[in-house]
Design a protein around this ligand. Structure first.
Ligand code: PLP
Length: 369
């Protein structure tokens, strides 16, 4: 036996070296850092639902008496309810710890080290992160200037051997959906297409109905955004039935908590309340968009989700973001090749928009100067 070495050398080499995914801070951490109360923070950096969950969720969680027992490993009740909600068969649905977990399961199913994955940036950073976790080669096919897909280039990537492609619709952070005929074209290739519909309830568009006819389509969905359950981690995906059978064999058991299960069931029973809030958010999105258009140094992009991306003309987006944070207003900024000098503002209640608009107006174009 040789001398005992530091255990870090046992870590798979590509994981030890990979860049991590940096999610935003939680509200308690932000409040502590800024030295203000959580209630005074306007949190518009995570595309969360400021109306919160249905009041029936707290009732269901308070009245539930079996937190000491494991959930149903086959997630039967909740799958039936979700299947009825999305118009799929329960055999096609697998629930998970946020839709992030289902996106990760998709990568686990298809990506061996050295396989190629295509990606369409600017988009949700988790896709590239998952490619790195599974040691895939990632072909980045930049979107067009209007954030539409570069379809010929994506099709070439699939023809050249990319096994898998994630596409968000609506896309985060640009807010645009992609058309059905483009999905049909991608599905004609020998590759798995994972459509991420985290924001579908705000656009009213979905591709779930196409899963039954295509054995290479997975649609990931979530209760985080429209139903306000981000903190409870409640996601799912609609799989071709044969693939779902494999997922049951490879995923960890009990990956949906009983709390998430109760919250999902209560949410689906209170659709009317939640739909009213979706309508309020969509109306507020349009109001915020027109107000942002009135600021000459911002160029907002039309959105079908619950956030608005704005190009910042002149000042540095990071400075704008920092200046807003000083006032307790959290937004995201981006500055990467396909996403130069942008901020993304989540759509909250009208008073949240007013706070951010007042702060932006107060800054003018002199930020960072
Ligand atoms: C495009 C997209 N997909 C998935 C997620 C993750 O959602 P969940 O909370 O269901 O894991 C997010 C979260 O912001 C997102 O923007």
């Amino acid at each position: 036996m040789g001398p005992k070495r530091n255990a870090l050398h046992l870590v798979r080499r590509h994981l030890a070296a990979m860049p991590g995914y940096k999610p935003m801070d939680s509200i308690d951490v932000v409040a502590r850092d800024l030295g203000v109360a959580e209630e005074d923070i306007v949190k518009l950096d995570g595309n969360e639902n400021q109306y919160g969950p249905s009041p029936k969720v707290a009732e269901a969680l308070g009245g539930f008496g079996f937190y000491h027992l494991y959930p149903d490993p086959e997630q039967r009740r909740v799958r039936e309810a979700v299947a009825a909600y999305v118009g799929a068969d329960a055999s096609q649905i697998v629930m998970g710890n946020g839709s992030d977990e289902l996106l990760s399961i998709a990568a686990m199913l298809f990506l061996s080290p050295g396989d190629t994955m295509a990606n369409a940036p600017p988009t949700f950073g988790v896709y590239t992160f998952l490619g790195h976790v599974y040691d895939a080669n990632i072909v980045q096919v930049e979107r067009n200037e209007d954030f539409g897909l570069d379809l010929p280039a994506l099709e070439r990537a699939l023809d050249d051997g990319a096994k898998m492609l994630y596409i968000a619709s609506p896309n985060n952070p640009s807010g645009n959906c992609f058309p059905r005929d483009q999905l049909e074209r991608l599905l004609a290739h020998n590759a798995m297409i994972v459509v991420d519909e985290a924001y579908a309830e705000f656009s009213g568009e979905s591709f779930v109905d196409m899963v039954t006819e295509h054995d290479n389509l997975i649609v990931a969905r979530t209760f985080s955004k429209w139903a306000g359950l981000a903190g409870l981690r409640a996601g799912y995906a609609v799989f071709p039935a044969a693939l779902a059978e494999i997922v049951w064999n490879v995923k960890v058991p009990f990956n949906l908590t009983v709390a998430a299960e109760q919250a999902i069931l209560a949410s689906l029973e209170d659709r009317e309340w939640l739909n009213e809030n979706i309508a309020l958010i969509v109306a507020e999105r349009e109001r915020l968009f027109s107000r942002l258009m009135g600021l000459p140094w911002l160029r907002p992009y039309p959105s079908q989700a619950n956030f608005i991306l704005c190009e910042v003309r002149g000042p540095a987006a990071k400075d704008v973001c920092d200046r807003l944070a000083e006032q307790g207003i959290m937004v995201r900024y981006f500055d990467s090749p396909g996403l130069r000098n942008c901020i993304r503002i989540s759509v909250g209640k009208p008073d949240h928009s007013d706070r951010v608009l007042d702060a932006l107006k107060g800054m003018g174009a002199g930020v960072g100067k």
